[in-house]
Design a protein around this ligand. Structure first.
Ligand code: PMP
Length: 360
């Protein structure tokens, strides 16, 4: 077996321990004679899998009892619509646009009401997080929306915006379970799992119960009402069973390493190795304002497109995969999610040192 160090932004690296366990259980899950893929979602066996996954997630994030956990489908992109469809009661929502995913959510929000862009960092290609301490929050705003970690640009909110009492909704797709969160500060936390938690196809929505409405307009599809899935334990229809099963294993893996505090420490250590190198390099340069740097996604450039391409190609040949930056920004990006071992980051930095010596 030969595994590369996979720096993909998502779908992304998963813990080897989890993959091995899944491999062992692939043909015969705990003596039931079938794979989880082949199992009815109405079986007691699968009910146990989803219940245990939810319980472990609740433990990890200390989710209070008045929040529901939903395991949904449709990708992050569907949540861009589900959020306004479910939460726009007054028909107004404020959006802080810090990258492409926040912008897409904002554009989608406009379809269902008055979505207001109250702050943006687009003027500097999303390389920073705007000051959110005193924003012009609408009196009627049903929520304030953020994308907490910006996968493409490598920025993160180190401090949550002052929403002046309005409900905070956060897309945490690319920083999910990378560090502790205070769930009570949010009305809705949602994220796709394909970066830090599991295979593509599962969205996790953590929503305060009082925000789950049963008076939605007729046009809202049944499956997109949070109430539908909250009432049915995420099983109004067939859920993404196998994905939920893998998420459950990743929750246990995180617990076994010491939970989210330990995960944060591990992620800080890894990120420091890469940022320290970037800050002292003669060739490579990080692209993000230092105070706003993400622990998960680290974009960098040489300043020369051809050299960037050479770097990506040579890194790939050396077993360091998926380092090409997002097509809209170019350069490089190393995604160093929970499951990327420290050894992977060290290997990357060693390779960068060698490349620098050969190309300066
Ligand atoms: N939000 C964030 C932060 C993302 O990084 C992405 C995709 N990488 C999305 C939303 C969109 O997710 P999907 O491709 O599942 O629609």
């Amino acid at each position: 077996m030969s595994r590369v160090y996979n720096f993909s932004a998502g779908p992304a690296v998963l813990p080897v321990e989890v993959l091995k366990e899944a491999q062992e259980e692939m043909l015969d899950y705990r003596g039931c004679g079938m794979s989880v893929m082949e199992m009815s979602h109405r079986s007691s066996m699968f009910q146990e899998i989803i219940d245990e996954a939810e319980a472990d997630l609740r433990d990890l994030l200390h989710i209070p009892d008045n929040y529901k956990v939903l395991f949904l489908q449709g990708g992050g992109a569907l949540q861009f619509s589900a959020v306004p469809m479910n939460l726009m009661k007054n028909g107004v929502a404020d959006y802080i646009v810090t990258g492409q995913w926040a912008k897409k959510a904002y554009e989608e929000g406009k379809k269902y009401g008055k979505a207001v862009k109250i702050a943006s960092s687009e003027d500097e290609t999303f390389t920073y997080i705007p000051d959110c301490s005193d924003l012009p929050i609408d009196d009627d705003a049903d929520y304030v929306y953020i994308c907490q970690n910006n996968t493409i640009y490598g920025t993160v909110y180190h401090e949550l915006p002052n929403t002046k009492g309005k409900t905070l909704v956060a897309d945490v797709s690319s920083c999910f379970l990378s560090e502790p969160m205070d769930v009570e500060k949010y009305g809705v936390i949602w994220g796709g799992v394909q970066k830090n938690i599991g295979p593509a196809g599962v969205q996790i929505v953590i929503i305060r119960e009082d925000l789950i409405r049963d008076d939605l307009p007729d046009y809202v599809p049944t499956l997109m009402k949070y109430k539908t899935q909250a009432d049915k334990g995420s099983m109004y229809n067939t859920p993404p069973c196998y994905g939920i099963y893998i998420c459950g294993k990743v929750f246990k893996w995180i617990k076994s390493l010491g939970g989210l505090e330990a995960m944060k420490k591990r992620n800080e250590e890894k990120a420091a190795i890469l940022y320290d190198f970037l800050d002292n390099s003669k060739l490579f340069k990080g692209t993000v304002r230092k105070e706003d740097r993400s622990l998960m996604n680290v974009p960098f450039v040489t300043g020369d497109k051809d050299l960037d391409a050479k770097f990506v190609a040579e890194a790939k040949a050396a077993g360091l995969e998926n380092l090409k930056g997002h097509r809209t920004v170019g350069g490089m990006r190393a995604s160093i999610y929970n499951a990327m071992p420290k050894e992977g980051v060290i290997a990357l930095v060693e390779f960068m040192k060698k490349f620098e010596a050969e190309n300066t």
